[in-house]
Ligand binder design. Structure first.
Ligand SMILES: *[C@@H]1O[C@H](CO)[C@@H](O)[C@H](O)[C@H]1NC(C)=O
Length: 260
């Protein structure tokens, strides 16, 4: 009996959370992310990821938020994801996913650098990453940057190196002109709590009032699903499950990266 009650309550909470998301609740939280410099200033934002599909699997609430607010989003993907020799296919899949996510294709850049190849145990040179990131920032007049935190959601070393590359660039000295944000990695329980994580994210943000954080709800999780489906070579049953149960499909918590 008890377990039925627990499963029933979880199901109800899941449905209630989905309703909250679909009813456009981020407006009720008056989200001011990237909206500090006066009314409707449009930002040039650079999202830095490691592999094709990181954007759809982890960052889609952020991407949807930015495009819906009319910010100008650039995506820098530092590898073609060639660990299984499918790099060329995965590159095209990333363009298709970006089309779904409404990121202009000429603002999507995919690197294929010999020293930055996809794979566990491949160490990426932080100085090289910082140099590449700096080039993008200069070319496009970027004023805000978004990337992984030092755990990188899944703990993948390429995600973590991307974080350190961004930090190295920031440390080398763009001054204080660049706003930098990292995607907060959550514990495993929250990671697979699907839309329920919106409540846990609110509690998390309240408990860490000393840090500057924003949480962004995805009002169109079905779009994330569709974007992820463009990555056909990766679209196997366990990733479908992942996208349905992952909190990163429904909500992103972004924390400001502090630097001098
Ligand atoms: C890392 O990259 C920088 C810049 O490209 C280069 O000067 C340096 O030698 C590289 N370090 C290693 C250990 O490969």
């Amino acid at each position: 009996m008890a377990w039925m009650l627990i499963v029933g309550s979880l199901l109800l909470a899941w449905i209630a959370s989905l309703c909250k998301i679909f009813r456009g609740s981020s407006s009720s939280f008056r989200n001011s992310f990237l909206n500090t410099g006066g009314a409707l200033r449009k930002r040039n934002v650079l999202l830095v990821v490691a592999h094709p599909d990181d954007e759809s699997m982890f960052f889609s609430p952020t991407i949807s938020f930015l495009t819906s607010k009319g910010h100008n989003l650039h995506v820098l993907c530092l590898s073609m994801g060639d660990a299984d020799s499918k790099g060329n296919i995965r590159k095209d899949e990333l363009y298709q996913a970006c089309a779904i996510l409404k990121v202009p294709l000429q603002q999507v850049k995919i690197m294929d650098h010999p020293d930055l190849q996809d794979g566990f145990g491949r160490v990426w040179n932080h100085t090289l990453l910082a140099k590449i990131i700096e080039g993008e920032i200069m070319s496009y007049g970027i004023d805000s940057i978004i990337t992984f935190d030092n755990y990188g959601v899944s703990g993948h070393c390429n995600h973590r190196d991307v974080h350190y590359g961004v930090c190295k660039f920031l440390h080398n000295g763009p001054g204080n002109k660049i706003d930098a944000w990292e995607l907060v990695s959550t514990n495993i329980l929250r990671k697979y709590s699907g839309p329920l994580d919106i409540w846990l994210s609110i509690i998390h943000v309240m408990q860490h009032s000393g840090e500057v954080m924003h949480f962004l709800l995805n009002e169109q999780p079905q779009k994330s699903f569709l974007a992820m489906a463009q990555h056909s070579s990766q679209w196997v049953w366990f990733r479908k499950l992942f996208v349905a149960f992952s909190s990163y499909t429904y909500v992103n918590t972004l924390r400001k990266i502090k630097y001098m």
